[in-house]
Design a protein. Structure first.
Length: 167
């Protein structure tokens, strides 16, 4: 797909992410935002890892600037999008893409959130304090993405979208 189409799809996904920001669920010291993770899965699969990470960064930045998110949005969403996109790119298997989003966000993103929370936000926390809340958020978002993509596959719309986006 040419860059204009990819940017258009990324822009739409970013807009959905920002507009759906009020759907955050507070869990511990973080806000769980399953829509972000659903969008990460869609971006990782349809756009690839680079666009997915860029889209996750812009969505997180806009949410923080608009007061609808915290700095903790950055590590989880970006690492989850990266893992999801890389696993799908190299395996073409949707279950591995979902697992990449979940592992990237909860494990890698949860651990990466620790220094951000302690040094930049001044919050005291155990090193793994963000793993469980991030897991809850990303598991919910990945489940929504699984259901959405299953519906698209059933109607053959997924193949059409994937062909259109990848040209």
């Amino acid at each position: 797909m040419n860059h204009v189409k990819r940017l258009a799809v990324a822009g739409i996904l970013i807009a959905v992410g920002v507009v759906c920001s009020p759907l955050a669920i507070p869990v511990g010291a973080s806000k769980c935002f399953p829509v972000q993770h659903m969008i990460n899965v869609l971006a990782g699969i349809l756009l690839g890892p680079a666009y997915a990470v860029g889209m996750a960064f812009v969505t997180s930045l806009l949410r923080v600037l608009l007061g609808m998110g915290t700095l903790l949005a950055f590590p989880g969403s970006m690492l989850g999008a990266l893992c999801c996109g890389l696993l799908y790119r190299y395996t073409r298997k949707l279950p591995l893409a979902y697992a990449g989003e979940i592992a990237g966000t909860s494990l890698l993103g949860g651990l990466a959130a620790y220094p951000l929370a302690v040094f930049m936000m001044g919050k005291e926390a155990a090193i793994a304090a963000y793993v469980l809340p991030f897991f809850i958020s990303t598991a919910g978002g990945a489940t929504i993405a699984i259901l959405f993509l299953a519906a698209l596959k059933k109607t053959k719309a997924f193949d059409l979208i994937e062909r259109t986006v990848s040209k």
